[in-house]
Design a protein around this ligand. Structure first.
Ligand code: NAD
Length: 254
């Protein structure tokens, strides 16, 4: 039986790579992203009838509920939710605008939680049928080792990791496994857009890991694939760093 996933943030970066990977493996994928974000080339590059784009701002709980109802009508049960939608806003905590702070928590925490809540009945149905039932949330290395000028983002990702822990225990009896991934710097528009001069203040990306490079989206999606596999059947409640050792030990400046 074909497996079905919902991927938020499907129009870019890690979400987009996850769409490509799962469609290639034969999954049916419902991609959720803000209106206009999923460029035609995304839809065309995954032109199979197994990819279904949905346009929704996850800050709008009513819109998320409507989107999940539409997915429910199409698919009924869902084997995996990948919550990749996220935003990064920079600035010292004492100077950051309320709008930026709200954007970070509205998308990365509240929006993520609303997606989990609304998708849960469909994931429960997959679990009750004895199928794989998984939730993978995108945290960040910044949840484990925060940096200056991204305090709100780091706090939001720490919240994602805490939601992961509690949700995993609440869901365990239903046969649903919940984990988070904590990438270091990944080559995606979220980070690359900050290469423009004057866009990032004192904030710096973590940069090349001890392994000697930044991550490519496939580095993260391969671990996601493991979390969706039978091999991960005894893994739940974790935040797995996929950061090439970035936060493993402090490297003093030369
Ligand atoms: N790129 C990195 O270095 C990095 C590192 C650690 C964690 N992460 C996390 O991984 C996830 C994916 O990041 P990415 O690098 O692919 O970023 P990205 O900017 O390339 O993609 C994020 C996607 O989320 C969507 N999105 C934003 N706000 C939304 C909203 N309100 N409703 C619906 N969709 C919305 C965007 O439109 C975009 O398509 C994020 O949660 C991010 O915080 C990224």
């Amino acid at each position: 039986m074909t497996k079905t996933a919902i991927i938020t943030g499907a129009g870019s970066g890690l979400g987009l790579e996850a769409v490509r990977d799962l469609v290639e493996q034969g999954w049916t994928v419902h991609g959720v992203d803000i209106p206009g974000s999923m460029a035609n080339d995304v839809v065309e590059s995954t032109s199979s009838n197994r990819f279904h784009p949905h346009f929704c701002d996850i800050r709008d709980a009513g819109a998320v509920a409507a989107t999940m109802s539409a997915i429910n009508l199409e698919s009924g049960r869902v084997n995996a939710l990948i919550a990749s939608a996220g935003v990064l806003r920079l600035g010292p905590l004492a100077e950051m605008s309320v709008e930026d702070f709200d954007a970070v928590f509205g998308v990365n925490v509240r929006g993520l939680w609303v997606c989990v809540r609304e998708a849960m009945p469909m994931i429960r149905r997959a679990a009750d049928a004895g199928e794989v039932a998984r939730i993978v949330l995108l945290s960040s290395v910044s949840a484990l080792r925060p940096k200056i000028d991204s305090g709100a983002y780091s706090a939001s990702k720490a919240a994602v990791s805490q939601l992961t822990r509690v949700l995993s225990v609440e869901c365990a009896k239903h046969g649903i496994l919940v984990n988070a991934l904590a990438p270091g710097t990944v080559n995606t528009p979220m980070v690359n857009d900050l290469n423009e001069p004057g866009t990032r203040g004192n904030w710096r990306p973590s940069g090349p890991s001890p392994i000697g490079r930044i991550a490519q989206p496939t580095d993260i999606v391969r671990v996601m694939r493991f979390l969706l596999s039978e091999d991960a059947g005894y893994v739940t409640g974790t935040t797995i760093p996929v950061d090439g050792g970035t936060q493993a030990a402090f490297v003093p400046p030369e």
